[in-house]
Structure formats: structure tokens, C-alpha cells
Design a binder for this molecule. Structure first.
Ligand SMILES: [Ca+2]
Length: 559
């Protein structure tokens, strides 16, 4: 029996070795945080993004790429291929302890028995690396008593058991398949960090040592209710670590520091242009003049999208700006968003150059998109021509630009209309490397994936829409897509569109009206009824409960 086991082990090693053939492509998933649909030059935007424009010219662009509308739920579906409610991030749950509830859909960490994309890529011999914002739960409270105290404070009525501490530890990126990790666990923090500041960056599961070797003149701005330290860097000149530069430095190092010959899987989750707004001064200054005439910028974005074949010329949209001159405050906010975006582009240029220098660019697949639309402080412009913003489920909140690059596969400069979803990336990557999704994991049976492989889209085909695409945010809106139809479901009590109890519906024909200007719910009551029933069933299958109930269980949940 022992000899047979040894023989099997040798066979497995041999097959992994064969799979490690250099021809298997590296895969890089780059996800920004709160970017607007039309931010990039190649998506009609005025922000200067020459490196991403070049990538789009050599690769393909998606017209209809969807997220879950908010940071953690999108990340949860990206890494597991499942609906966010099935993996602990239902209804706008965020990574961290603030909104956690003792119900599977609200556990604010990925279930240990559902594999992540990193664990599955590692299984077939890929080097797995992650840089940037995690925001999927887990902490170092196992070794830090202070964190255990904080947990207890944030979980009144719960007992902090050994199992709880272990499950919390097992939610960290290194425990979820990433052999190398450099980044922050939380949702936001300063972009500029000087040697005097507290840094929360981790290298693996230890506090990271940052390098402060670059000089920056800083411009910083935050909402009035943001922590004051976010604004402290305003007008400062100092040697500092800037998130986008420093994260790219580490990603480049990770690519270079291994010469095993195995392909790599890199998940690079930039934490910009999420608040707080912080960027190098000279870039912010450059963009201040861009946002003087708001209506002109808005119109240029739409014209740009039409020119690029990304928005139909015949479609209407609701303009947000008239010919009023923007206030200095608003100009600065947009200029910061733009500067943070250009910093991403500059760093994407460095990353792509590294791949070229290493002779790996032609053998590397790159996906580039955002985790949701621009947030409320910038969404009215940055999500043009779509309405709404991050955390709301109109197209502006859930739809993002998406570039896919694969030398010799994606047709240069092509545009694809297929409805794709952030949860499609896991099955697509598995399809590319030929690793089928397992039937069970860590001894537990797995349900089938919600995402689907879009490999044929990369090959230039248009796929029929998925049967349904569903999403649900904190409770104010739920959404269901079927073919060209989109039904938005809003409990009236949340006052999004109704001051009355009951439920509001909005129905759109996205083929004719992608920017949701004409509500057809009164015209097609049968369809509304049919789709809302599917959505209700999905919601209850996911274990998502009414938001009013959540507020009873955990008052102050919104904070
Ligand atoms: Ca986000």
C-alpha cells in the first residue's frame, strides 16, 4: 500500500511538473476601487490614461461588465465565483466586523470550505500573489489581545471562542491561497504614508516595512465626516510611501523575485480612487482646469463612448450638468479623482514594461476593471452616461469599464457586448488553465458556480446573456437582469424613490435604453411580477433578510 501511495505521489508530482510548462499563461487581475465607467481615455474620458488606452488597443473592451456595486461583495464574487450572499457578503456586508451578523450571508469573511481562485490556481502549480486591498475579513487577533478586545466591543452578546479566533485567522489572504501578500486588510486608509504615520500594510501576516524613498508634494481632501488624519497631508512635502506607487513596486518585485519557471497568478487590487482623495500635487493642479465647464466634460465623455463604439448613438441619457461653472471645491474633488486615476495608469505602464523586460508580456493575460462605479462624491460625472453611484444598483453603480488583453487571442481594438460579471473571472481562469471546479473542498460538498466561463468572449465571440444576473445591496435596492430586461426593486421605506411603505419597481429595456431613462414597469406588469418572484426566491436562497430586520438585530448597522 505504501509503495502504491509513493507511486501515486510521484505521478502527481510529474503531472504538476508537466503542467508547469512555460507555455501556460500568467494571469494578472487588476481591480481599482470606485472608478467611473467613462474615466479612461479608451472609454471616452478626459483623464489621461495612455498606457491603458494602449492595452485596450492591443486587447478588447467590454461594454457590459457588471460588479456587485460595492467593495467587499464584488471582491467576494471575484475570488469565489459565487453570489456574494452565498459567501458571507450578502446585502452590502463589508469585510471587517462593523456590519457582521451571526448569519451565513452576513459573516463578513469568505467561508473556509469554498475555494478561492488563488487556492485553485495554486493547485495546478501557479505561483499566487496578491497586492493591495483585501477587505474580505480576517484579522491578526489570534496574536493581538488588543484586537480581541475590539472584537468583543463590536460584537455585544457574542462569546469570543477559540473557533471564532481560528475562523477569523483563516480568512486572511495568506490563509486563502495567496503565497505572497502585500497590502491592507481594511477598506480604506491614507494613500500617502510618511515615516511618522501609522501604517497598516502587511507583508504576509506581519507588519510590512515600507520604503519612503520618494519625495511627494501632496494634495489631500476628505469628506467633512472623515477622520481628520486623512486631511493632514494637504500641502505637505515629504519623503513618503504613496499607495499606488508602493503597491506596484511590490507587485513588480514579486514578479521578478521568483525564478521557479512556474507561471504566476497576480491579483493587484489598487485602493484608489476610493476616499480619502490624495494625489501628487502637480497632477491635481494639471486637472483643475479640466473641470471648469462641467456640461462640456460630460458631453465629451458621451461623445467619446459613442466614438469608441461603447454607447449607442441613438440612446438617451440624463445629463447631470448645465452650463454652470463648477465651484473650486468640486473642481478639486474631480481633479483628485483624475490624478489618482492617472497615477494608476502610470503604474500600469511600469507593470506592463516589467512584463516586456522579462519577456513575459506575450504570455500574460491581463484583466483590468473596477470593483464598482464611482462613489457619490464623484459619480455624477465619472459614471457618465449612467445614473447612480457605488452602492446603488442603477448602471452607474454596478457597471464598469473592463479591458482584457491576451496576445494572439483577444482581437486588437475589439469591443464586446456580452453581459459579463465579476464572478465570471474564476471559472474563466479555471477554463484557461484546464482545472475543473471541484465537487467538494475541505471535505464539504460545493454548490455549482454562479459565474460562467467567458473564455469564448476573449476569443471574440458574443455570448448569450446568463439566465439571470442578480445583486442586492444593503437593502435599499435589489436588481435582476434577464436578457435585455433589468428590474430594480426598491423597498419604499428606504426613501430612494418613494416616501411610502411597500415596494417600488423600475423596469428598463437596456438594449434600447442602456442609461435607464424610461421606466417601463407600468407597461409590463406581468414581467415585473415574474422577475420579482425570481429575485425574491434568490434573496431567500442566499439567506438575505429584509434590511429592517437587520436594523433590529444590530442597530447602527449603517455606520
Ligand atoms: Ca469600491
Amino acid at each position: 500500500m505504501k509503495v502504491r501511495n509513493l507511486f501515486l505521489a510521484v505521478l502527481v508530482l510529474l503531472s504538476i511538473n508537466c503542467l508547469a510548462d512555460k507555455k501556460r499563461p500568467n494571469i494578472i487581475i487588476v481591480m481599482t476601487d470606485d472608478s467611473g465607467y467613462s474615466d479612461l481615455g479608451c472609454y471616452g474620458g478626459e483623464i489621461e490614461t495612455p498606457n491603458l488606452d494602449k492595452l485596450a488597443k492591443q486587447g478588447m473592451r467590454f461594454v457590459n461588465f457588471y460588479t456587485n456595486g460595492r467593495c467587499s461583495p464584488s471582491r467576494a464574487s471575484l475570488l469565489t465565483g459565487h453570489a456574494s450572499g452565498d459567501v458571507g457578503f450578502g446585502a452590502g456586508t463589508l469585510g471587517g466586523w462593523q456590519r457582521e451578523i451571526k448569519m451565513p450571508a452576513y459573516r463578513a469573511r469568505l467561508p473556509y470550505h469554498i475555494p478561492t481562485i488563488a487556492e485553485l490556481m495554486k493547485e495546478v502549480g501557479y505561483r499566487t500573489m496578491m497586492v493591495g486591498k483585501w477587505h474580505l475579513g480576517g484579522s491578526l487577533m489570534e496574536s493581538e489581545i488588543g484586537l480581541q478586545m475590539r472584537w468583543k466591543k463590536q460584537h455585544p452578546g457574542w462569546e469570543l471562542t477559540r473557533e471564532e479566533i481560528e475562523a477569523d485567522y483563516n480568512a486572511l489572504p495568506v490563509q486563502r491561497g495567496f503565497e505572497k501578500y502585500f497590502g491592507i486588510l481594511e477598506g480604506e486608509n491614507n494613500c500617502f504614508i510618511t515615516p511618522d504615520d501609522n501604517s497598516t500594510y502587511l507583508e504576509g501576516n506581519k507588519k510590512a516595512r515600507l520604503s519612503f524613498d520618494k519625495n511627494y508634494a501632496m494634495t489631500c481632501m476628505a469628506n467633512s465626516n472623515s477622520p481628520s488624519h486623512y486631511k493632514n497631508c494637504e500641502n505637505k512635502k515629504a519623503k513618503a510611501f504613496y499607495a499606488t506607487d508602493g503597491e506596484t513596486d511590490r507587485a513588480i518585485e514579486m514578479i521578478r523575485e521568483d525564478n521557479s519557471g512556474n507561471p504566476f497568478f497576480l491579483y493587484l487590487a489598487y485602493r484608489v480612487p476610493h476616499l480619502p482623495l490624495q494625489a501628487p500635487h502637480e497632477l491635481v493642479e494639471k486637472y483643475m482646469t479640466y473641470y471648469e465647464n462641467m456640461s462640456e466634460v460630460e458631453k465629451n465623455r458621451v461623445d467619446g463612448l459613442v466614438r469608441e463604439g461603447l454607447f449607442p448613438d441613438s440612446a438617451s441619457y440624463k445629463a447631470n450638468f448645465s452650463n454652470v461653472k463648477a465651484s473650486k471645491q468640486l473642481q478639486k474633488r474631480y481633479a483628485l479623482h483624475a490624478a489618482m486615476t492617472e497615477m494608476v495608469d502610470i503604474n500600469m505602464g511600469r507593470l506592463i514594461q516589467t512584463l516586456e523586460d522579462e519577456g513575459e508580456l506575450d504570455n500574460t493575460i491581463i484583466f483590468y476593471f473596477s470593483d464598482n462605479g464611482a462613489a457619490s462624491h464623484a459619480g455624477d460625472m465619472m459614471n457618465t452616461p449612467y445614473k447612480g453611484c457605488k452602492a446603488l444598483l442603477w448602471e452607474g453603480g454596478v457597471k464598469t469599464h473592463c479591458i482584457a488583453y491576451w496576445h494572439g487571442v483577444t482581437e486588437p481594438g475589439s469591443v464586446n457586448n456580452t453581459i459579463a460579471w465579476v464572478g465570471d473571472l474564476l471559472p474563466t481562469c479555471l477554463d484557461i488553465v484546464g482545472n475543473p471546479y471541484p465537487k467538494e473542498f475541505r471535505g464539504e460538498k460545493l454548490s455549482p458556480l454562479d459565474g460562467r466561463s467567458i473564455l469564448s468572449v476573449l476569443n471574440g465571440e458574443e455570448m448569450a446573456p446568463p439566465e439571470y444576473l442578480l445583486s442586492n445591496d444593503k437593502g435599499q435596492q435589489g436588481v435582476i437582469y434577464k436578457g435585455k430586461w433589468k428590474l430594480l426593486i426598491e423597498p419604499g421605506w428606504y426613501l430612494q424613490t418613494s416616501a411610502e411603505d411597500g415596494v417600488n419597481y423600475e423596469l428598463y429595456d437596456l438594449e434600447k435604453d442602456p442609461a435607464e431613462t424610461v421606466d417601463l414597469s407600468q407597461k409590463h406588469p406581468g414581467l415585473v411580477d415574474q422577475l420579482s418572484k425570481v429575485a425574491e426566491k434568490w434573496q431567500s436562497d442566499c439567506g438575505i433578510i429584509d434590511y429592517g430586520e437587520i436594523l433590529k438585530i444590530r442597530p447602527g448597522h449603517t455606520k
